[in-house]
Every structure is written in structure tokens, then in C-alpha cells.
Design a protein around this ligand. Sequence first.
Ligand SMILES: Cc1ncc(COP(=O)(O)O)c(C=O)c1O
Length: 384
Amino acid sequence: MIPVTKPFLPKVEEYDDYLASIWERQWLTNNGPLVNELELRLKEYLQVNHLLYVANGTVALQIAIEALALSGEIITTPFSFVATTSSIVWQGCKPVFVDIDAKTLNIDPQKIEEAITPQTSAILATHVYGNPCDIDAIQEIADKYKLKVIYDAAHCFGTKYKNRSVFEYGDISTTSFHATKLFHSIEGGAVFTQCPELLKKMSQIRNFGYNGPNEFTVLGLNGKNSEFHAAMGLCNLKHINEILKKRKQLSHHYWKKLEKLAATYPKINPDSEYNYSYFPILFESKELMLKCIAALEVNKIYCRRYFYPALSHLPYVQDQILPVCEDISDRILCLPLYHTLTFADINYIARIILRIQNYQETPVIDMPVNLQIELDTILKTKEN
Ligand SMILES: Cc1ncc(COP(=O)(O)O)c(C=O)c1O
């Protein structure tokens, strides 16, 4: 079986070493030494000024919205993961969706201005698949209308924009360290800002609103993360360069093998250094995409329609039809991409997709040896 993603796992001995130290200290959570160490190492690696390690990427968004005291309407993208929208609603604000750019798949800055009303307090944009938005254009609009900017940078570990970490942009950037992300701590996330006052406020929000042992100055939640999660983050950070390198090689191999496919790929921001966090392909037609999904599944290869459906159709928002987003989310598919995926796996996936395009047939193609062995094992287990 080839799943759409598999988490990177360090050698178990590497994690064991951290576990032994946790047992010795008996300090499991609440801003422990490993959480502090992870924050320090992340700051060094990413070359950022400030960050806070939090429980997950969803809570990171909620903390950001709360810290900026946003209210009323927040302009956002319909093409993202559900947490981008749900966190806006959870914070008592109204998401106002603006269509995306057909080439970059990020929010289209040219359409933002017409959606601004006296109730608008912020723009919350996602750097989709780790590809930076048109940051300069968005900031210009935000400055003109005095709006705050939050970037959902959940896909962006390792991405740079104009030679700086993309996490350094906007009033606040947030990210996710969920197990499916290229850098992960099982569950986890972070908030980033350039502003020390905002950092302090977010740190209080992360810890129930505490300001000292017996004082609550702000409305808080429990956004802390544990020593066990930080330990996984510390292990994985040691492998991050090899992880990023491998994803780049795998993505280039896909592009080469799929050269003859009538498909396009998101246009990467030319001012950025991309992190290859996903491998999305935009098929010529929904029909061809669905046939490919079926053929791949027959061959035990699982892809993901990411993102589908558009967030503007969620049951708890005012329904909006955004033509570019509708069209893109109908035809986009993320192919498997993870550290242990092999070039042979990619050859196999590409052959199936090309055969569907060329002959419209659902093939069961000769499997690579590793997959055949896996399948045989599964079948034998079932027989017994
Ligand atoms: C764009 C985006 N935003 C937010 C999240 C939420 O992150 P988490 O799963 O860590 O809560 C995700 C996670 O998949 C995401 O892809």
C-alpha cells in the first residue's frame, strides 16, 4: 500500500534517550526544559526572532486571533484546511471569503479590497502547500485599511520568502507540527511574531491567561504542549535537512515522470525558497482526476483531494460561490509524498496515471517488488 503520507520517524533509540531524561526529571508538561529547548533550536534553525511552541496548529490560529483582539469580519481564503475557517468562527468572527488566484492557488490580493467593509478587522491568508502568498500586495492593502494580517503557515516549515523565514511575515504567523507535516512533533504547532508585546500576550493566552501565579490578565486557553511532544520535535529537527532534500528529489522525479500528463502545477512564488511539502497536481478535467483516483486505489495507492470541498460551503458559514476556487478544488489531487517513498513507487504511480490518460483503462500494473511483498504479506495474514 502507498498512503498519501507517512510520518517521519527517527530511530527509536533517539527518542528513548529523551524519554529517559523525562523519567529522571518527572517533569511532563507546563513549559518544561524540552519545550524550552525545542523553542530555542527552532529559533536557531529558522532564524526567527520570536516563537511559542503550542499544542497544535488550530490552537495557534485561535491564539493569534485572540491576541490581536479581532472582531467582526475576517477576510480569508476558501482554499485551505478547515481549521483556517473554523478558528475564525470559534473566535466569534465572521469569515468573508475572497477567491484565489488560478495560478498560485493563494488568496487573490486583487479581490481583497472589494470585500473590505467597516466591519473588517483582518486578513487571514494561507500559504497554500507551503507556497508564499503575494505578501507585499497583502501588506500594502492591510496598511491602507489598517487591518491586521495573520498567515496560516501550517505547510511552510523551511519555506523562505525574500531570504527570510516566511514565518516572519504578517502581524502573526502560525504553523502546525502535526504528524502529517514535513517537520512534526506528533501534535504541535507554533505562533510567530516580531512584536514583543504580542509575544507576551500570546504566551499568557497559551497558559490559561495567567500572568504570574495568582493573576489572570487576559482570557486564555490551554495551548501548552508536553515534554513528550517536544522530544519528538527535537529528534526530528536533527533530520530536517535530509527530509527537505529528499522531498525536493522526489518532487522533481514526479515532474519528470509526469511530463506527458496534461496537467499543471501551482506557480511557486519567484521570491521564495520552496519546501516541497505536498505534491499537488491540477488535472485538465475532474473526470480524468476521478478515473485516476479509482485506478490508483485499485492498485492500493491512496491520494487526497486536498482541498475539497471549498471552505465557503461549510455548514456554519454564509455560503459563497467563488468560481476559481470551485474549479480548482474540483480538479486538484495531492499525490503520495513522504520521506520513505521511493523513486520506484513514483514510477509506478506515474505509469498508472499516464495509462489512464492515454488509454482510459483501469490497469493493474506489475507492482514493484517491495509492494508485491507487502501485498503478499497482507493476503497471507488474511488467509491465516
Ligand atoms: C492549512 C492548515 N491550517 C491549519 C491546520 C491545523 O493544524 P493542526 O492539525 O496542527 O491543528 C492544518 C493542518 O492540517 C492545515 O493544513
